[in-house]
Design a protein around this ligand. Structure first.
Ligand code: NAI
Ligand code: HPV
Length: 500
């Protein structure tokens, strides 16, 4: 605003005792084109404010999130060259890195309108100070607003110092973040993040992690919880044995479907999966898993995690985003060996690809264990557990029973828990998934270290009867003696207790 209305020059002139109204006529920003280089946190904030001022918004940022840009009414252009010729105001909001250093030099300035005004409040060095000075003097650029310089404070007589002295330049001594509120917010942000990382949550803005914008982070958050619970449920309920789990031979295919597939980064989900898989079998103090170290931890544990995305399935079970975790126990199985070692750690499979979609029915191998889930109203739900279709909130202590789908089972389980004084918070009966055949063992169950959930099989002789799962959310502890009592001809085939 100061550059558009010649505030710096006007201020100096008036203080010098002059009254120069006609020399200091400015321009409106309304209806003008604001070109933004770098549509990150600051760039997007600038765009939203400028939108309110009635400006047309264009941006160049090869890594920007197109949906966030569209939501802020910003037209993302494919090249810097296309952007420059259209700009009435050009504002830079990138970091100073190799690709941005000197990005606006003599040639770029020459390609701009002579009425254009340039702002750099990001980092000194992105605009060539000597070239800008010449363009202002030649009248091929109308004005500049500069908060940051190649050397701070600028050396006397340097191009930066001459820019500061130039009447067409509004200059400030790196004051972008210098407000009472910003300093307070920065302090709060730092403390909040230190606290959250120390308590085991994901870092939101680590410098050595991908950029995840706050909007994206909010979308991801409930899925982070879902995926962590899916991993934990897998380890506690579906992994076949502690020995196999601890050696982590298992290969995991995790598929994000629907709107989740459009996210820039799924690294928080990857980290949550690793954390969930390890939580039930790892000492708490070694569990500080986050987006920075998750891939390393997975590699060290020999876990093979293949992420893929699919934009399809928006209508799957009525939810717009869906996560499927498929565990393949033998990485050398035919389906696994098709992928190269490197691809196991791929975190960027092609959006819309069909390859990563969970394969159903006939294509499930015996060894594959499947857990699927979705988020509704910010709450995570499990929609498939092993061979069974279900819908429950994965939280707290759960007693999971596999039984023949015949009358009386609920009474047996309810009665035994009642006698043990265990309160049932909710119960969900899960039939076989419609794609599943009957009578196959699904390998449910397994006792795992920290979680007291040894499973025993009973009544195996009736293999042709249809089965179902009973999932009970309970308050407090289910003693192992109670769990064992449930297993038998009249009750259930398997029972396990998981803590989520
Ligand atoms: N003057 C001051 O006091 C302040 C300056 N800053 C500076 O503002 C800049 C932006 O900060 P944030 O928005 O928080 O950063 P950010 O990391 O959220 O956004 C930077 C954006 O630049 C984009 N980018 C990276 N390389 C690019 C390239 N070659 N061409 C086009 N776009 C590219 C990235 O994709 C990203 O969207 C930083 O340099 C920061 O240090 C930030 C706050 C205060
Ligand atoms: O946050 C930034 O990038 C800044 O440039 C702010 O700098 P400061 O913290 O005021 O020294």
């Amino acid at each position: 605003m100061a550059v558009a209305r010649n505030i710096g020059d006007a201020y100096a002139s008036l203080k010098a005792g002059k009254w120069e109204r006609s020399r200091l006529v400015g321009v409106e920003v309304k209806g003008k084109t604001l070109a933004i280089i770098g549509l990150g946190k600051v760039g997007l904030t600038v765009a939203r404010i400028a939108n309110g001022l009635g400006m047309n918004l264009i941006a160049y940022d090869p890594y920007a999130n197109p949906s966030l840009a569209a939501a802020a009414s910003v037209d993302l252009l494919p090249s810097l060259a296309e952007l420059l010729g259209k700009a009435d105001f050009l504002t830079l909001h990138t970091p100073l890195i190799a690709s941005t250093k000197g990005m606006i030099g003599q040639a770029e300035l020459a390609s701009m309108k002579p009425t254009a005004r340039i702002l750099n409040v990001a980092r000194g060095g992105m605009i060539d100070e000597t070239a800008l000075l010449s363009a202002l003097e030649a009248g091929t650029i109308a004005g500049a607003g500069i908060d940051v310089f190649t050397t701070e404070p600028p050396v006397a007589d340097s191009p930066a110092a001459r820019l500061i002295a130039h009447p067409k330049v509004v200059a400030t001594p790196h004051l972008g973040a210098s407000t009472v509120e910003a300093q307070e917010n920065v302090s709060i942000d730092v403390c909040t993040q230190v606290l959250s990382i120390l308590s085991g949550s994901l870092p939101r803005s680590a410098v050595n992690a991908p950029i995840i914008l706050p909007e994206e982070y909010r979308t991801l958050q409930p899925f982070v919880l879902l995926v962590e619970k899916m991993g934990s449920l897998y380890t506690q309920h579906l992994a076949r044995s502690a020995a196999q789990t601890q050696s982590y031979r298992t290969t995991f295919d995790v598929t994000y479907e629907g709107s989740l597939a459009t996210l820039n980064s799924t690294q928080p989900l990857f980290a949550a999966l690793v954390k969930g898989l390890l939580t039930p079998i790892t000492a708490a103090e070694t569990l500080n898993i986050n987006i920075v170290n998750a891939e390393l931890v997975a590699r060290e544990r020999g876990m093979r995690i293949n992420e893929s995305r699919s934009r399809e399935s928006g209508d799957k079970e009525g939810y717009s985003s869906f996560v499927t975790l498929r565990a393949r126990r033998d990485p050398r199985s035919p389906s696994a060996s098709r992928r190269s070692q490197d691809q196991y750690f791929s975190t960027s499979a092609v959006a819309g690809e069909k390859a990563g979609r969970p394969q159903r029915s006939g294509q499930d191998t015996e060894q594959d264990h499947v857990i699927a889930g979705f988020v509704s109203n910010n709450t995570a739900y499990i929609s498939r557990l092993g061979r069974f279709s279900t819908s429950f909130v994965p939280q707290g202590v759960l007693l999971i029973c596999r039984n023949y789908d015949s009358p009386g089972k609920i009474g047996v389980v309810g009665g035994r828990l009642g006698r043990a004084g265990v309160n049932i918070r909710f119960m969900s009966v899960a039939p076989l998934d419609s794609d599943e055949g009957e009578g196959e063992e699904d390998g449910v169950g397994l006792g795992l270290g920290k979680v007291d959930s040894v499973v025993e099989a009973g009544g195996q002789g009736k293999g042709r009867e249809k089965e179902a799962l009973m999932i009970l959310g309970v308050d407090g502890v289910v003693e192992d003696s109670v769990r064992r009592d449930l297993i038998g001809e009249d009750g259930v085939l398997e029972a396990s207790v998981v803590v989520l």
